[in-house]
Design a protein around this ligand. Sequence first.
Ligand code: NI
Length: 226
Amino acid sequence: MMLRIPALLSSDEVRQCRQALAQAEWQDGRKTAGHLAVQVKSNLQLPLDSPVARGIGELILDKLGASPLFMSAALPLKVLPPRFNRYEGGGTYGNHIDNAFFNIPGTAIKVRTDVSTTVFFSDPDEYEGGELVVEDTYGHQSVKLPAGDAIVYPGTSLHRVNPVTRGTRYGSFFWTHSLVASAEQRRLLFDLDQQIQQLTVRHPDEPALSALSGTYHNLLRMWSQA
Ligand code: NI
């Protein structure tokens, strides 16, 4: 499942972040690429300990924590600090599947990359190309969203960023270790939760609501691995 989270960041927040990103010190993305990725990766990124990355990363995580849509879709257990990238002058990241685990920087804590999130910091008309293309069982989905929007997709999917042939594309991405490893099970829980939420608004006195909500939590208990 791919899920769009519209206006995760306000236009004011995007503007402030963009100012900081434009002045930050970027490095060659190949520095953190494994020997397979180094052949397909050509972009710039912020060092993991960059103060700009940390500041904006915290903002992103605060916003996501307050997003019922993200919480329902990702069911987060642990989240890695957001990373930041910049594509320009033909920069691209060819087809790949992300590593299964990353350590939280400076610790031995492993985070399984169940859910990927990309936050867009450039508007679609600021650059050409640069689509995030995600292959899923139904074919491929090409994503290019307004600045401030986020897209959430399974960490298991093959994906790429098309070459940016004009302008600059700023983005952030990070991984979430979910309570529920299986993308299919997360999808079922998300759909059930969304229907329960709608029913709660339309028919708050519906007696079946408490049973449905109980079923949701029992499925979550059965499928979660925390
Ligand atoms: Ni990737």
